[in-house]
Design a protein around this ligand. Structure first.
Ligand SMILES: Cc1cc2nc3c(=O)[nH]c(=O)nc-3n(C[C@H](O)[C@H](O)[C@H](O)COP(=O)(O)O)c2cc1C
Length: 154
């Protein structure tokens, strides 16, 4: 088996940050709901899982799955005019899925999300592009932890 084929089957994770770029005619909440619906539909068909954090004008998203699906999907997302200045914070093979319960779960940070806000308060101004790869993953895992508890208590 060539290395290329084997690497396309390996689990990969990509984390990127980008700025929201909604035009005045757009309703951001409706746009976000729409892109989540498309994500769940497309990601479930391509064995992708992940989490999207929506905070303070930013997106921070983890995508994990087969390398080919991760890269194809990220290329499509890159072309989406609803965000800009996308920057990859980490990309590469992963030993297991961190967000395996969701084809795409979105979380808007609210004041009640103490654990997330603790992590965010390390910065006066939230700017995910300054996060290291490990810090970005830690933040998204904190969000996942909150989401798990919310789902359990729902
Ligand atoms: C921040 C952001 C994250 C997105 N994440 C995903 C995703 O995980 N999966 C996906 O298929 N589309 C995602 N999209 C939407 C795509 O850019 C695109 O609109 C969509 O895949 C088109 O799907 P459709 O051709 O089935 O309508 C995202 C868009 C933005 C702006």
């Amino acid at each position: 088996m060539s290395q290329e084929i084997s690497s396309s089957r390996t689990l990969h994770r990509l984390i990127y940050a980008s700025r929201q770029a909604f035009t005045p005619e757009m309703n951001p909440n409706e746009e976000i709901d729409g892109l989540i619906r498309a994500s769940i539909r497309n990601n479930s068909a391509t064995a992708l899982t992940g989490l999207l954090l929506v905070h303070d004008g930013w997106f921070l998203q983890a995508l994990e799955g087969p390398a080919g699906a991760v890269m194809t999907t990220y290329q499509r997302i890159l072309n989406d005019p609803r965000h800009t200045e996308s920057r990859v914070l980490s990309a590469g093979p992963a030993s297991g899925r961190e967000f395996g319960d969701w084809n795409m779960c979105a979380r808007r940070v609210s004041a009640a999300d103490d654990a997330i806000l603790d992590t965010l308060s390390q910065r006066q101004v939230f700017d995910p592009t300054t996060l290291t790869d490990l810090a970005a993953l830690r933040l998204l895992k904190a969000v996942r932890g909150i989401q798990d508890r919310t789902a359990l208590s729902a």
